[in-house]
Design a protein. Structure first.
Length: 469
């Protein structure tokens, strides 16, 4: 092992190799503090050539590699095991914006580029990079692509997968695949880049990407809408899309209990309504047209929704400050959950048309099986993705409830399967769900995934123990 460390030092420089257990600890723990590993070393390459050299060395010595970006993942996908034999390949030094092409509407960035910095580089060129999520101040684009991140703008712009035109990838044998093509049409065979998007570093290491940019919106219009049920929210979604088209950028569902947690744990928060409603939707329109025309479109569409009984009440932001306050209601839900205490969390998706029925059926099943549980249901209604989280009954022993997490999740996930959904909408599988997925994917799907893994990584050194068992 000493010789391996010396060789790693020679490749990336001694200062970029961490072997002290205390210094390595932050890289060996996942964001939720669910998994704790013990890496042989944390290696921080500064270029694609250095990544390739490190991987070639690891392939020769059969040393497992755990790629890591901002380490904000929620399923333990970037955490090493406790064997002391794996290296963490930390890509944060590779953070350059290589090129911005506003005519082609593309940006080329390295994997360690922080998402917020990428957004700002696009904005400086008068363009929009639409991927947006709570961790954007620290998550990195390589990790976003490796987990096919979603976020709040998927309704209009798609997941991370939909924003990629080309990739640069270091393969498990150390060779570099240069697929950095800025083309929207390339019909010359298999779309290789899509193998690596969402693969969580198990097939190769994304080192750079060509990403799509869009015209920067000149105006946004934001509203919080009160409704009586998720079914009404679906009707409102169809109505707003019919009235406003693809200007509907965000459509976030939140239950009354979600917002009660926010107001409890963020005392300065104020809801804009005099009474409490069962459900709320945070709605955003964006456009390159004037603010006046966008506001008029929103007001007209909400007026029609009220006349049809879809919207019980609505608060429309009249300033950026008010819009930020409305978005804070949604964005503070995860932190409010943390402050409330332990909860069993799920990141699921079902066809949009099935969401209301899924919620009704699964809520009822959980109450029958675990009386008194409290559902913390919120998420991206417009793309079918819910964060369907379960809090213990009020006053219950939280530890005892968490001991039943597998049984609770089985109800949630079996319901997802009945509605032809997915048990992981945007967080990936990592090591958290690698066993659970065996219950829901067909044997043929699992066989095909294993064949792909064996073809690209026959030694099994790329992020072992993640995605596949």
């Amino acid at each position: 092992m000493t010789q391996l460390i010396e060789q790693l030092n020679a490749i990336v420089g001694k200062a970029a190799v961490i072997t002290d257990p205390q210094d390595a600890a932050p890289y060996a723990t996942d964001w939720r503090k669910r998994y704790f590993g013990k890496p042989l070393a944390v290696v921080k390459p500064g270029s694609t050539a250095e990544v390739a050299a490190v991987v070639k060395l690891c392939a020769a010595t059969r040393t497992a590699i755990v790629p890591q970006g901002g380490n904000t993942g929620l399923c333990g996908g970037a955490t090493p095991d406790a064997s002391g034999g794996q290296i963490v390949l930390k890509l944060s030094r590779m953070n350059r914006v290589r090129a911005v092409d506003p005519v082609n509407n593309t940006i080329t960035v390295e994997a360690g580029c922080v998402l917020m910095n990428l957004q700002q580089a696009a904005a400086a060129a008068g363009r929009l990079f639409p991927l947006s999520l709570a961790a954007e101040g620290s998550c990195e684009i390589g990790g976003n692509l490796s987990t096919n991140a979603g976020g709040t703008a998927v309704l209009r712009y798609g997941n991370a997968r939909d924003l990629v035109l080309g990739l640069e990838v270091v393969l498990p044998d150390g060779r570099i695949w240069d697929g950095l093509r800025a083309l929207r049409k390339d019909n010359t065979g298999y779309d290789l880049k899509q193998l690596f998007v969402g693969a969580e570093g198990t097939l190769g290491i994304i080192t750079a990407a060509v990403l799509k940019l869009f015209p920067r919106p000149r105006a946004r219009a934001t509203a919080l809408v009160a409704l009586e049920s998720p079914a009404r929210a679906l009707e409102l979604l169809s109505h707003m899309q019919g009235a406003c088209g693809d200007r509907v950028t965000g459509f976030e569902l939140m239950s009354a209990f979600c917002l009660s947690l926010v107001t409890r744990h963020f005392p300065a928060t104020r809801l804009p309504f005099a009474r409490t409603y069962a459900q709320y939707v945070l709605l955003e329109l964006s456009d390159t047209a004037s603010a006046e025309s966008l506001d008029a479109a929103l007001q007209a569409a909400l007026g029609e929704a009220a006349e049809r009984g879809l919207a019980l009440d609505a608060a429309v932001a009249t300033s950026e400050t008010q819009a930020a306050a409305l978005w804070a209601l949604r964005e503070n839900i995860p932190e409010a959950q943390v402050r409330e205490g332990q909860q069993i969390k799920h990141d699921i998706s079902v066809p949009i048309s099935c969401i209301a029925e899924y919620i009704d059926v699964t809520d009822a099943e959980l109450q029958r099986a675990f009386p008194g549980v409290r559902m913390v249901t919120f998420g991206h209604l417009g793309d079918g993705n819910l964060h369907y989280n379960i809090a213990p009954p009020a006053g219950a022993d939280a530890d005892a409830f968490m001991a039943r997490a597998s049984a609770v999740s089985r109800v949630v996930h079996d319901g997802v399967a009945r509605f032809s959904g997915s048990i992981s909408a945007e967080h990936g599988l990592g090591q958290y769900k690698r066993g659970e997925i065996l219950r829901y994917k067909s044997p043929l799907e699992m066989e095909l995934m294993r064949r792909i893994k064996a073809a690209l990584d026959p030694q099994g050194i790329m992020n072992p123990g993640k995605v596949l068992q």
